[in-house]
Each structure stands twice: as C-alpha cells, then as structure tokens.
Design a protein around this ligand. Sequence first.
Ligand code: ZN
Length: 268
Amino acid sequence: MAEISIFQAGFCTHPACMVLKGAGFKSQCFPSSAYLISTKVGYFLWDTGYAEHFMDASHGIYRLYSMVTPVTFNPAQSLVLQLKSKGISAKDIQGIIVSHFHADHIAGLLDFSGTNIICSDQAWTSIKNLKGILALKKGHLPDLIPTDIEARLSFVEQLPSIALPNELRPFETGWDLTGGGEVLIVALPGHAIGHLGAFIATEQGWVLLASDAAWTKEAYISLRGPSELSFLIQNNRKEYYQTLNQLHQLHRQNQVTIMLTHQSESLS
Ligand SMILES: [Zn+2]
C-alpha cells in the first residue's frame, strides 16, 4: 500500500466567486499542495507547488500572471526544503508527476535537477513551444521548465493501461505507474490539456488526487462550477463539467477520498 504526505508550498488569493459561482467577492486563500507518494518502488512527487522560481519567472509580460493571482510564498515553504527537513533529498525521488503545466504546479521543478519527470504527452506537446501571451493564456511561465527536461521526460501514455476496480467507477481505465497497482493515473480533462489525476491505494482506502479538476469540495459535492470568467484560462468547459460530474458520482459512492490541490476552507 502507498502512503501520501501533503505539503503546502505557498498560496495565492482570489475572490471566492472565481472558484465557486455565487460565493461572493471576499478574498480567499488557495494553498498550492504537492504530495509525496511513498510506494513499494520508492518515492514519487505529485506536482511541486510554488517556489521562489515563480517570482523569478514572472518578469516582463509574465508579471501579468502574478498580478492576476497574487502569490504569498516564504522560501522556507519550498517543497525541496520541506522534504529535506524530513531527510528526503531530490536524489531519493524516483519521479515527479506533473498533473499539468500551470505555474503553481511546476514552480519547484528547477529544485530537482536530474529527477525524472512524468506527464501526459498531450500536456507537454500543448505548451512546449509557447512563449509570451500564448504561454500566459495557458497559465504557463516558460522559465519554470528545466532546460534539460526532454532528456528527463516520460509520458503516462507509455505506461500500461489497466481496467480500474469497480469501486473507482465512473472512472474505467488508468495508467499503472509502478506496475503494482498502487498509483493509477487517470485523465481528468477540461481544466488544462492533458490534465491528470491519480488513484492511490492506501491503508485507509483509495484516495484520488484530483489536481485542479475542481477548486473546492463544494464544486463536486453540489455540482457548482466556477466563474464563467475562469474559462478564459481553463481549456474546455464541456469537458470540465463532464469531469466534475465524474467527481460528483465518485463522491456519492463514498468509497474514495478526493483531494484537490487548492482545497481550502468551506466557501459556501
Ligand atoms: Zn491549474
């Protein structure tokens, strides 16, 4: 069985109604989480959260990103330092799974030199050549990408695809990361091209790391979407709601714990 440790690496602030329709204009904090997944074959990371590199990469036109989502980050919160305090160094990590390439999920990649990186081929293909305003529109800051990434990158589409256990329905197929059925990566389309989640088999039962498929629990519990404005930066509204509906069904079956990257206190 795998184990999951949660780390919060910085947060940004938004009006609550951006992430949940009708939730008002009060400013809310949205932590950026990263996860350490301990498996039989070693440690994996799920995303990295913010890092100081985010500030460095937000220059010129890219400053717009940090103006739209003001970020609070203390260097001591970087994932690499938090892991170090637990005696885990970058070389102990088998791979970093990138759920998608939004800056708040990948800002720490530069702290893990040489570590393998795993993402969807679709996600990488969609951003790898983007610069300037086109990159910004995809929530991408090109300077956050390690220059040697292509030598370290592998794609989930190359992993064995397996049928998921019945209790994970409506999800049907997943990519088996370790070959042991502990980490089953699934496509959660809509938020970003090639956006991924993963079912993790733990002693306490199945956990779904759902990344940015929703920004609040209320969204999938009561099928209450985000502001229409948010679809200026999200990829596909129709797919987003199909995925949200899948989370809703999964939640109703009450057999899987759903964890969102930016989960914070109730907004209702
Ligand atoms: Zn995102």
